[in-house]
Design a protein around this ligand. Structure first.
Ligand SMILES: Nc1ncnc2c1ncn2[C@@H]1O[C@H](COP(=O)(O)OP(=O)(O)O)[C@@H](O)[C@H]1O
Ligand SMILES: N[C@@H](CCC(=O)OP(=O)(O)O)C(=O)O
Length: 366
């Protein structure tokens, strides 16, 4: 067995994302028999010693039939209304299915905005952690009714990758209606299953197509979520929900994505991928070298300009003089203060401005 399969099979804390296509049917809505089989496999994994966080899609899929709709709506308002109907039955169905094992579930609905704001992010982290210590299973979904187009995760694959980092998970499972990544859309003819992705070269020539009638992002969103998780140090297994026993049992099926060498801390991952940027700090070449090659803090001497509207503690983008984003970081001053410090050496500045503009610990190079 490969190292990655071994890591996934033995991961202590896991996030398991289940796609709409695995749980719902366009005409019949939520399929509780399929849900029960999944819960059986999740329960077996928990009994073997893992903590499980479920990320469940399917609110829209579950809401269509009760409302007499026969296709996934396109406009946001209808999708949100359908999701509000479906989320209720989805959460109840998860609760009833886990109740067969005397397990309690907790519903966690998140927006992209929640993940991007540090205080909300910390609250979500604490809630998930507390559910774990209370032995309840978190069932996470996007809070569809309040998410606007601009601030949507857009698909739950990305949400699941972010939750995997936020919760310090050791592996991410993406369970769908397809049994792994193929080199082309398997619905369109001959395609070969790719068992293992160890780096970008393994994706050369792969065509990631759109999803089914109920899925949102198709294979492209799974691929980008898998890379998001794996690059930050979390191995990923992509498999069919129908293979949940084997996927969650010994990770012997589907496609695995090897994790990058270094595990990024939840805070650095947040700065890099999840936090909303409030502005820009433009650096001269020397400062770019200092932060990216020598991993130094950013000092005012290397700052040539600022943009946007940021305050101390906000996340900003650091660009070179050509506008290319080279890093992100948590800035120590308000924009007006940084403006007064531009290009000055620390010895020229009053004692209040002795701290670096961004400390090396708060900087993530891209
Ligand atoms: N290269 C590919 N490999 C595997 N599946 C693919 C590929 N390209 C497109 N697909 C399609 O993507 C679908 C899964 O995406 P989606 O419907 O969004 O799933 P989910 O509802 O689980 O999020 C599969 O049904 C499959 O037909
Ligand atoms: N929040 C939406 C999820 C949409 C979504 O990402 O679906 P999928 O591509 O099937 O994972 C719902 O519950 O319907």
């Amino acid at each position: 067995m490969s190292d990655t399969r071994d890591q996934v099979a033995h991961a202590r804390r896991v996030v398991v994302k289940i796609g709409s296509s695995a749980l719902t049917d366009l005409h019949d809505g939520l399929d509780t028999a399929r849900l029960d089989r999944l819960v059986d496999a999740l329960e077996a994994r928990m009994r073997a010693g893992s903590d499980v966080i479920v990320v469940s899609s399917g609110a829209i899929g579950a809401g269509l039939a009760p409302l007499g709709l026969t296709s996934r709506p396109k406009d946001l308002a209808t999708k949100q209304a359908v999701a509000s109907v479906g989320q209720l039955s989805l959460a109840l169905a998860w609760g009833e299915s886990f109740a067969r094992y005397d397990r309690v579930v907790g519903q966690v609905l998140l927006t992209a905005h929640d993940i991007s704001v540090r205080a909300h992010h910390a609250n979500a982290q604490r809630t998930l952690d507390r559910l774990r210590t209370l032995h309840a299973v978190p069932v996470v979904n996007e809070n569809d009714t309040v998410a606007t187009n601009e601030i949507r995760f857009g698909d739950n694959d990305r949400l699941a990758a972010l939750v995997a980092h936020l919760s310090g998970a050791d592996a991410l499972f993406l369970l769908s209606d397809v049994d792994g990544l193929y080199d082309g859309d398997p619905r369109k003819g001959d395609a070969r299953l790719i068992p293992e992705v160890n780096g970008p070269a393994d994706l050369d020539g792969v065509i990631a197509g759109s999803g089914g009638a109920l899925g949102t992002g198709g294979m492209a969103s799974k691929l980008s979520a898998a890379r998001l998780a794996a690059d930050g140090g979390v191995p990923v297994l992509l498999a069919a929900a129908a293979q949940a026993d084997a996927a969650l049992g010994d990770a012997s099926v589907g496609t695995v994505f090897a994790a990058g060498a270094e595990r990024m801390s939840a805070r650095r991952f947040w700065v890099r991928h999840a936090a909303e940027s409030h502005g820009r700090i433009i650096l001269d070449d020397g400062a770019v070298q200092a932060i990216s090659r020598r991993r130094r803090s950013l000092l005012p001497a290397g700052v040539v300009d600022v943009g946007g509207e940021f305050h101390s503690g906000d996340v900003v983008e650091l660009t070179d003089i050509h506008g290319v984003v080279r890093a992100r970081g948590v800035v120590a001053y308000d924009i007006d203060d940084v403006r007064q410090m531009l290009g000055k050496s620390t010895s020229e500045l009053p004692a209040d401005f002795a701290r670096p503009v961004i400390h090396a610990d708060d900087l993530v190079v891209i």
